[in-house]
Design a protein around this ligand. Structure first.
Ligand SMILES: CC[C@H](C(=O)O)C(=O)SCCNC(=O)CCNC(=O)[C@H](O)C(C)(C)COP(=O)(O)OP(=O)(O)OC[C@H]1O[C@@H](n2cnc3c(N)ncnc32)[C@H](O)[C@@H]1OP(=O)(O)O
Length: 256
């Protein structure tokens, strides 16, 4: 099974689907490479909107693949992975096309960071999401915390990060993290929510995103996301983090 799918949908939508449902669409290096490739494709003149979703109906994305990244023990090893994904999420943040995360299921940890890098987020009825990194004795590490602190009111963003709780779709809508709750087909929900962009000239869409990117540049977002990755790498090396991941892996092994 391919770990990701890139598909051209109706009306100029390019869709990236994380295709690891048996791992709740956890991100490994192959998915990272696919996302970077899709972002580059989305810059093409034939694309008006870039959308990201997850395969299946259980999860959008469960963050970093704890099995794949379990071998990363030191700050330097962790930084290599974290910095790579922070760079990809920055490319997503500043892509000069409207972007949307279709949260087809649970989004936790890095999954919330990917969603945060998109301009818009819609969530399927019943979905849940949370920045759970704090429960693993680390912080966000792909730049998603820095982005969240700019996209949501500071007190709400800080509460979400510090509490590391998983929230319902309704709570997430009240926070302003998701913009709409949908019931039916994810693609139809995306086309409907983005219809106002999809009927505009691509040049207009690019011009507005270029306007927004000026703000990210003035806020030094690239540097802040890189520093976030570096700070997370320091915490990653601590025993407290490895203990938490071991607990998850032991539970996983017990289940198998
Ligand atoms: C900077 C970002 C940072 C990083 O690591 O780089 C992070 O993203 S930290 C956060 C890492 N993610 C997590 O801690 C989430 C772990 N997963 C869960 O909490 C749950 O799986 C959940 C809520 C996503 C879904 O729960 P559900 O009950 O629906 O499913 P299961 O827990 O039974 O999981 C099914 C199956 O998938 C495997 N799985 C789930 N998440 C991951 C993951 N992140 N990495 C690897 N594998 C994952 C889980 O082990 C089960 O496998 P099985 O072989 O069937 O036991």
């Amino acid at each position: 099974m391919d770990p990701y799918i890139i598909s051209k949908e109706k009306n100029g939508v390019l869709l990236f689907t994380i295709n690891r449902p048996d791992r709740r669409n956890a991100i490994n290096y192959e998915v990272m490479s696919g996302l970077e490739k899709a972002i580059d494709m989305a810059a093409g003149n034939d694309i008006k909107v870039f959308a990201i979703t997850g395969a299946g109906d259980q999860a959008f994305c469960s963050g970093g693949d704890l099995s794949a990244f379990h071998s990363l023990k030191t700050e330097t090893q962790a930084y290599g992975m974290l910095s790579r994904m922070a760079g990809i999420l920055y490319k997503l943040l500043v892509l000069p096309k409207p972007t949307i995360a279709i949260l087809n299921g649970s989004a936790v940890g890095g999954g919330c960071e990917i969603a945060s890098a998109c301009d818009f987020r819609i969530g399927r009825e019943g979905m849940k999401a949370g920045f759970v990194q704090g429960n693993l004795a680390i912080t966000t590490g792909w730049g998603g915390g820095s982005i969240l602190l700019e996209k949501l009111p500071q007190n709400i963003a800080m509460k979400m990060l510090l509490d590391a709780k998983i929230h319902t779709a309704e709570e997430l809508r009240d926070f302003g993290f998701i913009h709409q709750i949908y019931k039916d087909d994810p693609i139809d929900a995306c086309l409907s929510f983005m219809s106002g962009s999809l009927d505009k000239e691509t040049t207009v869409l690019e011009a507005y995103k270029t306007m927004l990117n000026k703000k990210w540049k003035l806020l030094s977002m690239r540097e802040r996301m890189e520093e976030e990755a570096a700070r997370c790498a320091v915490l990653w090396e601590d025993d407290a983090h490895h203990k938490k991941v071991d607990e998850f892996m032991n539970k996983k092994n017990k289940n198998n």
